[in-house]
Design a protein around this ligand. Structure first.
Ligand code: NI
Length: 178
C-alpha cells in the first residue's frame, strides 16, 4: 500500500508524452499499478494515469464501485490498461462535467465520444479489449489524454462552463447526454 502525492497542473512533466511500456510481468509494473490504485482510492478518483504520480509511462487504471466525487455514476469494473488505445464507435459526442485529481477542486464541461472501443494490455502483456459508453467512455478518453500530456482543461471550449465543484450548478440544461 503506497499512496503517492498527485502531480498537479502546473508541473511541466504532466504535459509530456508518456513512453510505451515494453517490459511486462515486472515487479516495477505491479508496484506502479498498485500504487496508482491505492492513490486513486485515497483521493476518491474514478481513474488515474501514471503521469499523475510522476511516472511518464503509458499506464492507466479506471473503475470504482461507489465514488463520492461522482455520486450519480454507475460502477465501472476495475481495469488496468497498458499502452491503451481507443477509437470512437460513433461520431456522437456529448458535453458533460469532468474533474481531475491533478486539477483539484475544479470542474469543466468537456465534449467526448459517447461510445468507444478500447484496447491495450494487462500486467502480463495479455491483450485486453472492450467497449465503453457514457461516463465509462469519458473516463477512458480522459485518462488516455493524460498519456499525451492533455488535461481536460485543454479541451474546454466554453469557459463559462468551468468552476469550483462545490458551487457549480451541475445541470447542463439538457446537454448532458454522457
Ligand atoms: Ni485526470
Amino acid at each position: 500500500m503506497a499512496i503517492k502525492p498527485i502531480v498537479i497542473m502546473g508541473v511541466a512533466k504532466l504535459l509530456e508524452e508518456s513512453k510505451l511500456v515494453t517490459e511486462f510481468n515486472s515487479p516495477f509494473l505491479t508496484e506502479l499499478t498498485q500504487d496508482m490504485h491505492d492513490t486513486q482510492r485515497h483521493f476518491d478518483g474514478v481513474g488515474m494515469a501514471a503521469p499523475q504520480i510522476g511516472v511518464n509511462l503509458r499506464v492507466i487504471i479506471f473503475g470504482f464501485d461507489v465514488c463520492e466525487r461522482y455520486p450519480q455514476q454507475l460502477p465501472i469494473p476495475e481495469t488496468v490498461l497498458i499502452n491503451p488505445e481507443y477509437e470512437p464507435l460513433s461520431e456522437e459526442m456529448a458535453l458533460d462535467w469532468e474533474g481531475c485529481l491533478s486539477v483539484p477542486g475544479l470542474r469543466g464541461a468537456v465534449s467526448r465520444y459517447t461510445q468507444i472501443r478500447y484496447w491495450g494490455y494487462d500486467l502480463h502483456g495479455e491483450s485486453v479489449a472492450g467497449e465503453a459508453a457514457g461516463f465509462h467512455a469519458r473516463v477512458i478518453q480522459h485518462e488516455v489524454d493524460h498519456l499525451n500530456g492533455v488535461l481536460f482543461v485543454h479541451r474546454i471550449v466554453d469557459w463559462r462552463l468551468f468552476g469550483y465543484e462545490q458551487v457549480l450548478d451541475l445541470n447542463l440544461n439538457g446537454n448532458n447526454a454522457a
